[in-house]
Design a protein around this ligand. Structure first.
Ligand code: PAF
Length: 293
């Protein structure tokens, strides 16, 4: 069985991408920060269905971490990542170094307006500037026809779509459903930080979103009432702190007060030192009916 090829430099990535394009292959990109899990495996499988060659990028991007965040301790296991890419049918891993991505003298960052004003953009200032910048650089190096992102990071996916549209990038952005553990916790590289006690409590995050969804589906139209109920649910747990619980427009992430027929419920909760995020879209009218209006 062929092994996965690892590419370390922008120049090599350009050469390989140009050759794949010349040979008529459609290139799919799965951008990751490594420490791959079942959510990434699902992204690799999904993009493999619509492209001929799958490139998985593995780069822990310093530009998207704040000074007090977990850049240094972010989990890393490159050999395990290669094995998973191989098992899921990926053929190439693009794993540039920090110096390759941000060499001395590097001075260009992408600033997306409005979309990062709320949720993670508000609680992690500069985070989406770093995400937008690195994703644009990955697109420039890998030259993908299609790139795929998980819906768990809904705001990130929205920011990336905005970048691709606004910069007229010739890349299709696919957004894939959140993959969950059997108890509902969204898969994330950061789950490995959790102590067994926090891991048990972390099911609360999805429980809180479901609490909100049930209220909306029962006809509650006031976002504040839904958010209060969600906060009450968290307050019954110990050792857990809310970063944000919000009801926002699913396209532009602005908080809403009167709930329409499609809302994104999003939460960021700290379990001990570690912060997990999750979200769900709640639709009170089937898509077909909404599109007829
Ligand atoms: O979602 C992630 O893992 C990262 O934010 C991304 C998109 C790979 C950019 O560093």
């Amino acid at each position: 069985m062929e092994s996965v090829r690892v590419i370390r430099t922008v120049q090599d990535m350009h050469r390989v991408a140009d050759r794949m394009r010349r040979d008529g292959f459609r290139i799919g990109l799965v951008p990751t920060m490594g420490y791959l899990h079942g959510g990434h495996a699902s992204l690799i499988r999904q993009i493999g269905r619509v492209t001929d060659r799958t490139v998985v990028s593995v780069f822990v991007n310093p530009a998207q971490f704040g000074p007090d965040e977990d850049f240094e301790t972010y989990p890393r296991d490159f050999e395990r990542d290669l094995a998973m890419v191989h098992a899921e049918g990926g053929s190439l891993v693009y794993a540039p170094s920090k110096a390759e991505m941000y060499p001395d003298g590097y001075a260009t960052y992408l600033e997306v307006e409005r979309l990062p004003d709320h949720l993670c953009g508000a609680s992690r200032p500069g985070h989406f500037r770093g995400v937008a910048t690195v994703v644009a650089k990955l697109f420039a190096a890998v030259k993908p026809h299609v790139a795929i992102f998980g819906r768990k990071d809904a705001q990130q996916a929205g920011v990336v779509r905005r970048v691709a549209t606004d910069l007229n990038l010739d890349v299709e952005i696919m957004i894939a459903p959140t993959v969950r553990e059997v108890d509902g916790l969204a898969k994330s590289s950061r789950n490995r930080y959790l102590t067994p006690g926090h891991r048990r409590r972390a099911t609360l995050l999805y429980g809180v979103l479901q609490e909100g969804r049930d209220r909306v589906l029962k006809g509650e139209k006031r976002a504040s009432a839904v958010i209060d109920a969600m906060n009450r649910r968290v307050s019954r747990s110990t050792g857990v702190a809310v970063d944000y619980i919000s009801a926002v427009d699913a396209e532009d992430f602005r908080p809403v007060e009167a709930l329409g027929d499609r809302v994104l419920l999003a939460a960021a909760v700290r379990f001990g030192k570690f912060r997990l995020i999750d979200n769900i879209v709640v639709e009170t009218e089937p898509r077909a009916v909404r599109e007829l209006r």
